[in-house]
Design a protein around this ligand. Structure first.
Ligand SMILES: [Zn+2]
Length: 288
C-alpha cells in the first residue's frame, strides 16, 4: 500500500507530468470506485489540470477548482501511460479501475490509470469541489511530516492504543501505514505493543526523530522515481517490514512477525522487545 512517501512521490510525478495538461476522456472500468456522483466524472473533461495535493494517503488532482481525489488503498496504484490506445478499456476486466486521458501543451496524449490488484476492491475516487467534503479526509489527524515534537507527544499521550496502532490510526496522525510504522518502531527501538499513552519523554523523543528520519529518507529516495519503480524502491528500503526470518541489519537477530487474519507486522526482538517474542495469535492457534 502506498504510504506518505509514495503518495508525495506520486504527487510530485503528477505535478511534473499532468499539471498544465487538459483533461480528456475519462474511462471508468470499475464503477464501484466512484464514491460521488454529482458532479459526474465527465465534469472533469475539458478542464485544465492546475495543481496537485495530498491528505494523508489520499492523492488529488486539482482540475481548475474541481478535484479528482483517490485513496489507493491496499492494492491500488497509479500507472502512467505515454501512449494509451484510443479504444476504451473493457469494464470489469483486469486491475484497471479508472483511466484519465490528458492533452499536454506539447501535443502529447498520455493517460494515467488507477489500478487495483486482487479481489478485495477498496480503491476509492471522489469528484469534489472541496477536498474536506471527503469524509475520510475530514477525519484525518495532522500530517506526519508536519507535526511538531510537542504536538506529536500530545497526540500519542491522548490515545491509549498500542503504539503500532496509534501510529497507523489516520485520525491520530495522517500518512503512516503498516510498513513505515514497522520501520519507525524498529529505528526507535520500541515494542509495537507498548502503550502510546505511557511512553516517557525520552521514548517519545526517540519515536519522533525515528518517524522524521524514516519518512524523510523514504521521500528522498522516492521523489523523482518513475511511478512504475516506486513499489520496488519502497521495499528495498525496508529493514524489518516484510522481512520475517531475515537477519536484523542492526543486531543480527532474526526478524519475527505477528500475523493476523489479513495482515502481519514485523519486528526485531533484540532491538525492540528486550528479546521477548511477541505472541503470534495465528501460531498459537496452530499449536493448540
Ligand atoms: Zn535487531
Amino acid at each position: 500500500m502506498p504510504e506518505l512517501p509514495e503518495i508525495v512521490a506520486l504527487e510530485q510525478f503528477l505535478a511534473e507530468h499532468a499539471v498544465g495538461a487538459v483533461v480528456g476522456r475519462i474511462d471508468v472500468a470499475a464503477l464501484s470506485v466512484l464514491k460521488t456522483f454529482d458532479p459526474p466524472v465527465t465534469a472533469l473533461s475539458g478542464r485544465d489540470v492546475t495543481g496537485v495535493g495530498h491528505w494523508g494517503k489520499h492523492l488529488g488532482l486539482d482540475c481548475d477548482g474541481l478535484w479528482l481525489i483517490t485513496h489507493l488503498s491496499r492494492a491500488g496504484w497509479l500507472r502512467w501511460i505515454d501512449e494509451p490506445g484510443a479504444a476504451p478499456p473493457k469494464p470489469g476486466k483486469g486491475p484497471l479501475a479508472l483511466r484519465v486521458h490528458l492533452f499536454t501543451p506539447e501535443g502529447a496524449t498520455p493517460a494515467f490509470d488507477l489500478t487495483e490488484a486482487g479481489t478485495k476492491k477498496r480503491l476509492a475516487v471522489w469528484i469534489v469541489a472541496d477536498p474536506l467534503s471527503v469524509p475520510s479526509i475530514a477525519r484525518l489527524g495532522p500530517d506526519a511530516m508536519a507535526v511538531s515534537e510537542t504536538e506529536f507527544a500530545e497526540l500519542l499521550h491522548g490515545t491509549s492504543q498500542r503504539v503500532k496502532n496509534a501510529l497507523t490510526d489516520q485520525t491520530v496522525l495522517a500518512g503512516i501505514g503498516n510498513a513505515y510504522s514497522d520501520e519507525i518502531l524498529h529505528t526507535a527501538k520500541l515494542s509495537p505493543f507498548a502503550n502510546a499513552s505511557t511512553l516517557d519523554a525520552e521514548q517519545l523523543a526517540r519515536l519522533f526523530s525515528a518517524m522524521r528520519a524514516t519518512l524523510s529518507d523514504a521521500i528522498e529516495r522516492s521523489v523523482g522515481e518513475d511511478a512504475a519503480r516506486l513499489k520496488a524502491e519502497k521495499r528495498s528500503g525496508m529493514r524489518v517490514h516484510g522481512r520475517t526470518g531475515e537477519t536484523c541489519p542492526v543486531c543480527g537477530d532474526t526478524v519475527r512477525e505477528v500475523a493476523y487474519a489479513d495482515k502481519s507486522f514485523q519486528y526485531c526482538p533484540t532491538c525492540q522487545t528486550g528479546g521477548k517474542i511477541l505472541a503470534d495469535r495465528r501460531m498459537s492457534r496452530l499449536l493448540k
